[in-house]
Design a protein around this ligand. Structure first.
Ligand code: ATP
Ligand code: MG
Length: 141
């Protein structure tokens, strides 16, 4: 078993889909290990998506990610990183496979309901970005 980080993005929190998304992931075999609601500052959103800072959509992405509350969560599963990427679907909901979170709940390529870490290394860093060791005490991984 391994861990990954998901974030329910502001569009999905605002539309009242957060509970359904969490239930969908639990039914898909992910165990929630840590979870909270927070609102990203501009600096936090810029840092979190720093890898995209040269992309044309960066400023808009940062504005979107700070537009309302988000729900970061640590999820556990077998091969959690690729498993969660599969469960959320392609970045653009128009390309997301049937039954994936983005197919079911995303509005657009930017407002796409959920984030998932894309490597074990990034998962470790992103879990540390949102959760202290204390908040994960007693949990495996
Ligand atoms: P995430 O990192 O949020 O899990 P992803 O890995 O599927 O998504 P990335 O390429 O890392 O996709 O892009 C990060 C986020 O930036 C996307 O989820 C989306 O919100 C936004 N984004 C990516 N490409 C575009 C685009 N062409 N136009 C608008 N927004 C985009
Ligand atoms: Mg990404």
């Amino acid at each position: 078993m391994s861990l990954t980080l998901a974030i329910i993005k502001p569009d999905a929190v605002a539309s009242g889909s957060a509970g359904k998304i969490i239930a969908h992931l639990e039914e898909g075999g992910f165990e929630v290990h840590a979870l909270r609601m927070t609102r990203l500052s501009l600096a936090q959103a810029r840092e979190f998506y720093a890898a995209h800072s040269e992309r044309p959509f960066y400023d808009s992405l940062v504005e979107f990610m700070t537009s309302g509350p988000v729900i970061p969560m640590v999820l556990e599963a077998d091969d959690a990183v690729p498993a969660l990427r599969g469960a959320i679907g392609a970045t653009d909901p128009a390309d997301a496979a049937e039954g994936t979170v983005r197919n079911l709940y995303a509005e657009s390529k930017e407002r796409n309901a959920i984030h998932a870490s894309d490597s074990d290394e990034n998962a470790r860093a992103e879990i540390g970005f949102f959760f202290s060791t204390h908040e994960r005490l007693g949990l495996s991984g």
